[in-house]
Design a protein around this ligand. Sequence first.
Ligand code: HEC
Ligand code: HEC
Ligand code: HEC
Length: 497
Amino acid sequence: MPLRNGEPARTPIASLFPNWRSSGKAALLMAGLLLGSAGTALAQSAPAADADLIAKGRYLATAADCAACHTAPHGGVPFAGGYGIDSPLGKIVSTNITPSKANGIGSYSEADFARAVRDGVAKDGTHLYPAMPYTAYAKMSDADLKAIYAYLMHEVKPAESTPPKTALPFPFSIRASMAVWNLLFLDTTPFKPDPSKPADWNRGAYLAEALAHCSTCHTPRNLFMAEDHGQSLGGGSLGAWYAPNITSDRTAGIGGWSDDELIAYLRTGHVAGKAQAAGPMAEAVENSLQHLNDADLKALVVYLRGTRPIAGETKPRYDFGKASVAELTLRGLPGEAPNENGFRVFSGTCAACHQLNGQGNSAYPSLFNNTATGAGNADNLIATVLFGVRRTVGDKTAFMPGFGPGAFYTDRLSDQDIADVSNYVLAHYGNPALKVTAADVAKAREGGEKPLLAKLAPYALPGAVAVVIVLLLFIGLLRLSRGARPAAPGAASPSSH
Ligand code: HEC
Ligand code: HEC
Ligand code: HEC
């Protein structure tokens, strides 16, 4: 049955009984009995296939993490928008995608919805910013899009509120400029299974590239903040956080992890003696990955194993450091001043949980054999100390308080304290080649290094615009001279939207 848009009798009622929905026919029967003639109408407009479609859509929307961005933090109404995503260009606020006609996407047809999710163009024709990961969703199949649409329209409760409007500084406020950006960087070819690869590899590729959008975080970006596909999954900066290289490379990537470790990390965000998920990865695990079924998690791992290795660090991130207590080494390495303040902060602030020798215990991770301290940059170490860790999986929450701006006044550490404690941790438990300065910490507090494009804006607006236009033209010409994007071999009809 074709989906009808905004069935008034059905949507609100259905959303009152989210759990009934999942039990398909029985739920409809109950609703029918309860609601008499209204129930008959309800049952007619929602045959069992629809309930299956909605259940499928719920799972896919979770895999694609729609709610994470479209729900305001700290108890916002699900899908009602209002999450301000910190982009280097300013805050981009997610919109209300509940089926409210006045405030949400209640008036979107399935085709309108497909255009927004895959092409990044709202119903009124305005261009979305790629903070909405339509560059990944562009690969989503028609069938999956239909299921997500059915779920949002028929199970999610309409929310009658409009989040604040996104107001980026000029020139980024000109949304039409995204049309040029899309022309250059948006690949609208839907996902095509590779027949030479096994089914689970293809499922993993689809999940990673189209739904779970791993690459939007783990792939570095170019000058125009588009993903650098040549470096796919090679590690990307996310402001204060860093999404590491997760290619199959044995030392720089995840090649040295076992399948079970990778699955445990994706499902729980924690692998003892290796890594924990904090920051944006904690959100991905909490909102999305922990809910994936076994087969899908396995498929993701099969896919990661098959990625093109990208070299980098020459020793695995999880292979640094050992248990050690400070006093003996406090005298410092030859030629170096002792880091007394680092030890003072460590013993006063960190050792209560991570132990004085850094080894942790059953509740708290060790700081050696820990990818946050053995990585090629100290971003995740600094960000963890500033912002802490909070990740709920099932009914368990891993919690470390932050010591930055969000902490109680008395718990706050200065930039110098955080630099000193980081250097102490790196020297004893992590990658001793790294040195953190108070300026690095100050930058992380402000959300990390700004890309060039963002730095240009406030200073030389007209110049920046000119430079951007010239560069865009230049790249456009370059692409023209190389010929249009090559069609995938054996591709059937290219785009269905
Ligand atoms: C990483 C964050 C993020 C994720 C994940 C995300 N969105 Fe969005 N979405 C946004 C932001 C931000 C906007 C507003 C962009 C703008 O104003 O340019 C948006 C806009 C939209 C719009 C346009 C709405 C309108 O008001 O016209 C739709 C539809 C939408 N998202 C649907 C989805 C669906 C469906 C999913 C899951 C498959 C999803 N989004 C996942 C961040 C996200
Ligand atoms: C919203 C951004 C984001 C998304 C989406 C995301 N990641 Fe991550 N990922 C990160 C960050 C940031 C870290 C570092 C977390 C930390 O160390 O606390 C990370 C860490 C990891 C690690 C551990 C690496 C290490 O050496 O510690 C693995 C494995 C991983 N991600 C896999 C994935 C996969 C697979 C996907 C898609 C299914 C994915 N991630 C999606 C941001 C993201
Ligand atoms: C109240 C207990 C507590 C205190 C105090 C504490 N931590 Fe943690 N720390 C944790 C927990 C819990 C985790 C996350 C465990 C998990 O994810 O499973 C964590 C994780 C970490 C990680 C790994 C983060 C990542 O992204 O992988 C680092 C590094 C770290 N802590 C360093 C520190 C430093 C340095 C201090 C002192 C400034 C400190 N911690 C203070 C409890 C604490």
